[in-house]
Every structure is written in C-alpha cells, then in structure tokens.
Design a protein. Structure first.
Length: 492
C-alpha cells in the first residue's frame, strides 16, 4: 500500500498580534483530514492544536499571543495512517520587540546566567552543577559544536535550559553578506532542532558579540533578536576561579545578564559559589526570556495544596517548558495532561520531555505535590478573547472529556462565556446554558478542590452553580457531546 502523501509548501503568515494564517499544498487523494501541530518559541516541542477537514489547505490560528514566535507543521491522515510531516513554517506575531538585550527588567531581583559554546568541549560537570541546583540558564551553542557533541546538547535540552543560536561556524558576522548571515542562523537552527526538538528563535548571540546595525536587521528579518550581556566573558580569556567569581559578584544587580563559556574548567569550578552566593543575596536565577518577560505572576498561597491539584497557568509562559515554569517543584511523573486525541493521560517524564510537550494557558493540568507550593510564572498577559478547542468526537462520548485551563489572571463570569459549534444551525455561538440545552455539552462541569481533595460540580450557570466564575490557577473538566466545539472565554 503506498504511503499517504505528505502536505508540502506550508507557509505561515502573521496577520496580526493574535492571528496566523497557514496554507499548504494537499497531495493526498483520500485523506480523512489534516493534523496541525504548533510549537511556541523559544524552546519546546510540537503539540497538536487542530484537526481540519479533508481537502482543506488552510487554517487560521487565533489562540495565540502577540510578540511570540510560532512554528507549525501539518500531516494528512486516514483511518490507519499518518503521512510524514510537511516542512516546518514559522511566523512571529505582531508586537515583537527586536531591540538588543543586554540587561533584563531592572525592577525584579533576577539575574540570567548565559553560556556560549563556540568551541568544544562542553563540560558535562558544568551541566551537573546547574541540574543539581535546579538553575535554568540560556545556552548559545554553534551548529558546529552541536554536531561535535550531540550528547551534551541533548542533555542541555532535557535539563530544561533555553537554547539560543550562536551561528554555525562562529564567524565575525559583520564580515559576512546578508545571505551568509541568514545561512549561518538557519543552518544552526535546523541542526539544533533535528537533534533536540528545540527551535532557537527568537534569541541569538553574535560570535564574540560582533554585530552592527546591518547584522541586527538581517537577523530580525528572519525572526532573531540579539542577546548581548551586561558583564562577564573573561572566563574564556584565562581568568582564575576567583576572578570569575569576583567579576560576577561585582556586577550582580537587577536584570544582569552574565556571559560565561561552556569550555573553561574554571567556570565549572566557580559556578557553585556563584550560584549559592547570588541566591543568598536574594537573586532569582532565570532564563533570558524570563528576565525580559513583561510580567511575573505567582499562585496565591493556598492555591496549590498538598496532594492532587487541577491547575492552569493564567498567562502565556515566556518559556513554556514544564521544568522552567514549575521551577523547584518535582514534576517528574507528577504532572499530567489530558491528551485530547487519544483520550488518555500523559505524565511528564524528565527523560522524554517531548512526549509531554509545552505548557499552554488554554489547558488544565493535574499536579501532585507533597507540600503546598507557590508557582511563579514569567510571561505575557493574554491579550484577547480566548477560543479553546474542545476534543474531537470519540467513539465513546463518555471519555471525551476536556481539561481546560483558564488563560487570564482575573476571574470571568461563566455567564459571559460562550460555546461555538461550527456545524450547528444559526446561531452557531450560544451561551453555556443554551449550549447545554441544545445538547452540545454535558450539564456537568467539574473542578477540583485541592484543600479537601475532592471533585466539585461547578454547575452550568442556571443549574446549581457552586461558583458563578471561571478562575485563574484552576483547571476544569468539560464534556462535549459534539465535534469541533470551542469554548469562548472573553478577556475580563
Ligand atoms: Zn562564542
């Protein structure tokens, strides 16, 4: 039996801050439809966002945020098979700040440790120090180093660090043509993605920090923003352990971005003292996307209790990697999502993080902790109404639950939320109560009280509501009876 033909020529076009349009070429004659996967930059994995009808060759993604890099790929499927993936297309939504970063937000007591790898070896002991202390950093490897030491790059990805782009062969970019600069960045992004599942946009660091206005604008044209540094760098020039420590502590300050290298033994030896001292001084050590994120929010005390929790993340995380968002919380085998396609639970497994994928503000998650914790998330406020897709029709409607998240920071009345049903007679968009009356959704709407460790029925607004509001940091179970529904939550 011939394979199913893969779609090709996928193009992603940003239409606004909250809409990207996809178009592709359909080569298969008898597919049942197309599956669309999306990845949010800078670092993470693809997750399915939509299934569209056969012979469709376009899709508009509106569940997205301004100033963000998105990657997409599409496959066709029939009853038994998926095609190969199409090419990957990327787009940046409107509003991205491409100004060079040399310091983060100075109103927060945070610092970012960054490590360049333009030469081999990357010292595994350095990675051990960061992992043991649960410090998430930003690495800038070249494509060449990635090819030489793939095992170390995989480890960096698994450990939850952010990976930026440091060119392929470490040339002085100011001496290259525009086309050569693009090739250096594209090639490296491809190599790192193929190995780790992580794309590098929007962050790059020019080799040696050598850049000019032309280099920055060529990079911007392909979605890259330059990350310079506040201080550091002498570790590559032979600094002693004490000099590396002193230089860091002398430059410690809000928003400081420190530059180190992966090669020098002295950097590895200095790092435990640097980390412990900065933390003792009250600095939080974060990634580059977090240190420039416009917003930091924390779960209120008492929200995440010992035992099971059904939670959501009420902003778009700057780094949607679970280990970074749940920094310091043991999530290995303790964080679960509901896979809409297979109607099964997927646990976060530290050794295969790609299976779990990225965190999304639209989804709810089960989290089991031993003691109450506060979760702190850096990211971007969700800017407009959210359309959350409910699961596809499944053979057994009783397992077709969706665990949805609440993507906003302030509560919204359930009475203001709506359900959209594209296959219904007009009106296709109805209130929650009307959708229930029409048989689109179950009347039961569950959440979880982590204080008492029990399920509670939120209730459709005109039944017996336990809560008239849908709330931040809380996840919900909804049960759709119809395919293709969307829950519309207006921005409060
Ligand atoms: Zn370098």
């Amino acid at each position: 039996m011939p394979g199913l033909a893969a779609p090709s020529d996928l193009v992603a076009t940003a239409i606004s801050g909250t809409r990207i349009d996809l178009e592709w070429t359909d080569w298969s004659a008898n597919e049942l439809g197309f599956k669309i996967q999306r990845m949010t930059g800078p670092t993470g994995f693809f997750r399915q966002i939509a299934v569209v009808a056969p012979d469709t060759a376009m899709y508009s993604d509106t569940s997205i945020n301004p100033a963000t890099v998105y990657y997409y790929r599409v496959c066709s499927f029939d009853a038994t098979r998926h095609s190969n993936w199409s090419n990957t297309a990327w787009a940046v939504t409107d509003g991205m700040d491409f100004a060079e970063i040399s310091r983060g937000d100075t109103s927060r007591k945070q610092m970012a440790l960054t490590f360049d790898a333009g030469a081999v070896p990357i010292r595994p002991g350095l990675l051990d120090v960061l992992r043991d202390r649960q410090v998430y950093c930003t690495f800038f490897p070249t494509g060449w180093v990635t090819e030489q030491e793939p095992w170390n790059l995989v480890q960096i990805a698994i450990d939850g660090h952010v990976i930026g782009n440091h060119s392929y062969s470490h040339p002085n970019l100011t001496n290259l043509t525009d086309a050569e600069i693009i090739e250096q960045l594209f090639q490296t992004d491809e190599i790192i993605y193929n190995l780790t599942g992580h794309h590098t946009r929007p962050y790059f660091r020019a080799p040696g920090g050598a850049r000019d206005a032309r280099v920055l604008s060529v990079a911007e044209s392909i979605g890259f923003r330059h990350v310079f540094w506040t201080a550091g760098g002498g570790d590559f020039g032979g600094w002693t352990v004490q000099q590396i420590i002193d230089n860091t502590l002398n430059n410690a300050g809000n928003g400081t971005v420190m530059l180190y290298h992966c090669l020098p033994e002295n950097t590895e030896i200095a790092m435990p003292t640097i980390i412990d001292t900065l933390r003792a001084q009250g600095y939080e050590l974060v990634t580059v996307p977090e240190i420039v994120a416009p917003k930091v929010i924390s779960s209120p005390p008492g929200t995440i209790n010992a035992g099971w929790n059904l939670i959501s993340i009420p902003i778009e995380p700057a780094t949607p990697n679970p280990p970074v968002v749940f920094r310091g919380v043991d999530i290995d085998g303790r964080l679960y999502r509901w896979d809409k396609e297979t109607a099964s639970v997927v646990a976060y497994d530290a050794w295969s993080p790609g299976t779990f994928g990225q965190l999304s503000a639209d989804e709810g998650y089960w989290l089991r902790v031993d003691a109450p914790v506060t979760i702190k998330c850096a990211g971007t406020e969700v800017m407009n109404d959210r359309h959350i897709k409910l699961p596809q029709a499944l053979p057994d409607p009783f397992v077709a639950w969706a665990i949805i998240g609440y993507p906003f920071e302030t509560a919204q009345e359930w009475a203001n939320c709506q359900i959209h049903n594209p296959s219904a007679p007009e009106p296709k968009t109805r209130s929650i109560s009307e959708a229930k009356a029409a048989g689109w959704i179950s009347s039961m709407l569950w959440s979880w009280d982590s204080a008492t460790q029990s399920l509670f029925d939120v209730g459709i607004p005109d039944d017996w509501p336990m809560s008239t509001q849908i709330e931040p940091w809380r996840g919900y179970w909804m049960r759709p009876f119809v395919t293709g529904l969307e829950l519309i939550i207006p921005k409060p």
